[in-house]
Design a protein around this ligand. Structure first.
Ligand code: ADP
Ligand code: MG
Length: 477
């Protein structure tokens, strides 16, 4: 009999393999174990409740077609679902279901290892309590300390709208994207914190892709997929941070897709972040990507000088520390990697000021910067920058310091000043002195022109990037 079941299932797999792609075949059909063939009834064992439900939801026609062809028109399928894989003491627990949607599951009964019959409800689970559930939010990320700027206006407004009416605006899902340190995590956590504060009956959950993937794999290994799903399906606001890391993780995407659909259908809010717009996400199933675009997609840009300045003042004020404006300006100009580095610099300054009782001044700021942002070190000299820029643009190095106002000279000169600001510790005034005694306002003007040109002229931006790379290599060596 068992041989029959094995052979029959082998033949069924042949047919199934023709209509299911390899990935899904390996995921959903390979793990199936044929148990017995009794008359027209083929019993197959599947590794979990979730697995069973997934087959029922997605593959009934495929399964029917296969068993009809191999066993006959009256063929039926029964599942033996492993609901607990057991251990040395307890044998595995299974529950049997007939195949085909619409069959009442409440009739299903389980048999445990002792041969006792007990009621089993696949839908019994513990309800989450919004008061006690761990939302994994950092309470320090709020809207109050999230500084508004041109760089984040749309994303911030959308976030506020969502936090007032989660799930009921058209911003569902809300997809925020942007580079490192532009404030994505801060903003989505602020939304979560706001909802927890104002709508305490809502269940809020923040996970980064790492949490999600780990939990999923754990659940899969321990046959706890049902619990995993049930947990997520109770959430009113699901925040998934850094979805780009789900790229290529087909199974995780599959389950996320499922959870996403269920939440969305029942009017729950989903918020995601990513390091690029959905259209540029690689390694994602198309249907998942198209879901991402259902709601609102908003980007966060690198903060401009004013926003950085406001962020610096805001942070220092909230820690009760005074920072002289020249120091704040110096930092806003100099820390141009990202806001995470800025946070490191500010924390270090706070540490020096509060614990070591040092006065915050330019010297201290420079010292701290040297230790934290490795890129900004003093080993690149003005001479080196001038020489490199002059060679690149094929102009005479002396003309950078002379009073020449021709555009072919002005642009390389401004760029060289920009690099000096970025890669040396010199003050604006000192940079000016190194360029034929110009004053600090000329240097500021140069920095602004370079930033403007980078925004409007892609070729120019490429040149800057190329030269930056060379300078960074020099700094690193
Ligand atoms: P991302 O998730 O985009 O990489 P984060 O949210 O982790 O960036 O932000 C990096 C740091 O910068 C955090 O400390 C955050 O609080 C801070 N930050 C970013 N944007 C703002 C802002 N607009 N106002 C205040 N702080 C900000
Ligand atoms: Mg982040």
């Amino acid at each position: 009999m068992e041989v029959n079941a094995t052979n029959a299932w082998k033949d069924c797999l042949q047919i199934i393999g023709q209509s299911v792609d390899e990935q899904n075949y390996n995921t959903w059909f390979k793990p199936i174990v044929p148990l017995r063939l009794e008359g027209d009834v083929l019993t197959i064992q599947v590794p979990s409740q979730f697995f069973y439900e997934w087959l029922e939801e997605h593959y009934v026609p495929v399964l029917k077609q296969a068993i009809h062809a191999i066993i006959g028109e009256n063929a039926r399928l029964e599942y033996s679902v492993v609901v607990d894989s057991g251990n040395q003491r307890n044998p595995p627990l299974v529950v049997n279901y007939p195949n085909g949607a619409g069959i009442k599951r409440s009739n299903a009964q389980t048999q445990n290892g002792n041969g006792n019959i007990e009621e089993y409800s696949p839908f019994s689970f513990k309800a989450l309590n919004p008061q006690t559930v761990n939302s994994r939010l950092n309470p320090h990320y709020t809207f109050e300390n999230f500084v508004e700027g041109d760089c984040n206006r749309l994303a911030r407004s959308a976030g506020i709208a969502v936090s007032k009416k989660p799930g009921t605006t058209s911003f569902n899902p809300l997809m925020l994207y942007g580079g490192v340190g532009v404030g994505k995590t801060h903003l989505v956590q602020a939304i979560g914190n706001e909802i927890k504060k104002n709508l305490p009956s809502k269940i809020v959950l923040y996970v980064d892709q790492n949490d999600f993937t780990t939990q999923f794999l754990n659940a899969l290994q321990n046959h706890k997929m049902q619990e995993f799903q049930n947990f997520y399906l109770q959430v009113d606001l699901l925040i998934l941070d850094d979805v780009q890391f789900l790229a290529g993780r087909e199974k995780t995407q599959e389950i996320f897709f499922h959870i996403f659909n269920q939440l969305h259908q029942s009017g729950k809010q989903v918020i995601m972040t990513s390091d690029c717009p959905p259209r540029d996400l690689k390694g994602f199933q198309e249907r998942l990507l198209s879901r991402f675009k259902w709601g609102l997609t908003a980007d966060l840009q690198e903060p401009d000088f004013e926003t950085k300045l406001a962020i610096i003042h805001n942070k220092m004020e909230s820690d009760g520390i005074e920072i002289p404006s020249e120091v704040a300006e110096y930092l806003a100009y100099s820390v141009d990697t990202n806001l995470r580095d800025m946070e490191g610099v500010l924390n270090s300054l706070i540490f020096h000021a509060t614990l070591l009782k040092k006065r915050i001044d330019l010297d201290l700021a420079k010292e701290v910067l040297r230790n934290i942002v490795k890129e900004i070190q003093a080993d690149v000299s003005v001479d080196f920058i001038q020489k490199m820029v002059a060679e690149y643009f094929k102009v005479d190095i002396e003309s950078l310091k002379a009073k020449v106002k021709k555009r072919e000279i002005v642009i390389p000169r401004q760029l060289a000043m920009y690099f000096c600001k970025r890669y040396t510790q010199l003050t604006l005034a000192l940079i000016g002195q190194n360029f034929g005694g110009r004053d600090h306002s000329t240097v500021i003007h140069a920095l602004e022109s370079v930033e403007d040109m980078m925004k409007t002229d892609a070729n120019f931006k490429n040149s800057v990037d190329e030269l930056s790379k060379k300078l960074k290599l020099r700094v690193a060596s």
